[in-house]
Design a protein around this ligand. Structure first.
Ligand code: PLP
Length: 366
């Protein structure tokens, strides 16, 4: 198995703390769909699912293959596949996954496959585009969707949903509210012409925080579960769920004028102790963090990354830190460190988390 010394520790208690934090913001009857796409935002989708499965109504993944992994790990909770492709529709039925049907091509193909496989009342979800302009039907498609669905008794609409374009951005308040209103109008039309009422949902993490009046039947919790709230006030209430840890492989004493790493990017101006750590840009440590833009923590002190980030290693300056080969290295164990890395990489914490490579071992701690 994977015996790499660099590990991503997942804190079960932190994940549950975060889940409960968002639960408390919601009405007791509002269901939670936990989003575990992209390996559970770079952590471990199966482990995340196992931690929360008894407390949530649904899981969401982006692609069918991610849902298959959950099913093969024994997860029984309903799973929404947000972005199914034509090629995976049969597999979706085989693994009892629930497709988001977001356009007529996918809807018609799914109805045909459901008919072929003679499934009855198969749960499907219909997504509407209300302004993100990514995936989803348009509000003008409602009559045609209803006509298609009613021609078949192979499927039943389990939920109708949409996605906000800027739920974390209060400058876009008006746009978000307009999306919610458009969505409510679409739902009203759908309800008028169906003899049952599918669940409805529109909020992601920042939606829960900023538009809780639109929680409807369910919310889709992603980044918040992992400890980041897209807002310092929210993040302060959340616990960090993943800690990236490694060890010092080697310490070198570098004399003035000598250099460290590829392209000799770091030049010692005074005697420098350099520690080599087994994690590199192939593991999600961006080259933008090289040359002292990023740091790790060794024995509670920051050690800046010196020179260029290599594919599998970084070198850090430990001149002022008392440490030895084999000592623990913390790449990050706090949301502020993840946010700092994101800032230095000109990105958002989502990308830092999802970039953590699969060769890094995952370890769940209580
Ligand atoms: C990823 C995703 C979410 C979760 O968003 P967060 O901001 O991480 O909470 C919710 N809904 C859809 C459609 C998504 O793609």
């Amino acid at each position: 198995m994977n015996d790499h010394v660099t590990v991503l520790e997942i804190s079960e208690s932190a994940v549950l703390h975060n889940l409960h934090y968002f639960k408390k913001k919601l009405a007791p009857e509002t269901k939670i769909m936990v989003v575990v796409k992209a390996f559970g935002y770079g952590s471990d989708a199966v482990e995340m699912a196992k931690i929360v499965q008894n407390e949530v109504a649904y899981f969401a993944v982006a692609y069918a293959c991610e849902g298959v992994v959950l099913r093969e790990a024994g997860i029984k909770t309903p799973i929404l596949v947000l972005h199914p492709q034509m090629q995976n529709l049969a597999q979706i039925i085989t693994y009892r996954l629930e497709p988001n049907l977001y356009n007529f091509k996918i809807l018609e193909r799914f109805l045909a496959i459901a008919d072929e496989k003679v499934v009855m009342n198969y749960p499907v979800h219909i997504k509407f585009n209300t302004g993100l302009n990514r995936l989803g039907f348009w509000h003008t498609d409602v009559p045609a969707i209803l006509a298609e669905i009613k021609r078949s008794n192979n499927v039943v609409i389990q939920s109708i949903f949409s996605h906000l374009a800027a739920s974390e951005d209060l400058n876009e308040h008006e746009f978000n509210v307009q999306q919610i209103n458009t969505f409510a109008y679409i739902v009203k039309q759908m309800y008028e012409h169906l003899d049952y009422e599918p669940m409805i949902h529109v909020l992601n993490t920042s939606g829960i925080v900023n538009y809780s009046q639109a929680q409807f039947d369910m919310v889709r919790l992603g980044i918040g579960l992992y400890g980041l709230g897209n807002d310092p006030k929210e993040t302060a209430q959340l616990k960090n769920t993943t800690s990236l840890k490694s060890v010092i492989s080697q310490i070198n004493l570098v004399q003035p004028g000598e250099t460290v790493g590829y392209n000799r990017a770091f030049v010692a101006s005074s005697p420098t102790r350099s520690a080599t750590i087994p994690i590199g840009h192939a593991d999600g440590i961006s080259r933008k963090l090289g040359n002292k833009n990023g740091f790790v923590i060794i024995n509670n002190q920051p050690a800046p990354i010196i020179g260029n980030v290599c594919m599998d290693m970084i070198m850090v300056d430990v001149t002022k830190i008392s440490c030895n080969e084999g000592d623990e290295v913390i790449v990050f164990n706090h949301q502020q460190h993840i946010e700092y890395m994101a800032h230095k990489c000109e990105t958002i914490p989502y990308e830092i988390l999802t970039s953590i490579s699969q060769r890094i071992k995952r370890l769940v701690k209580k």
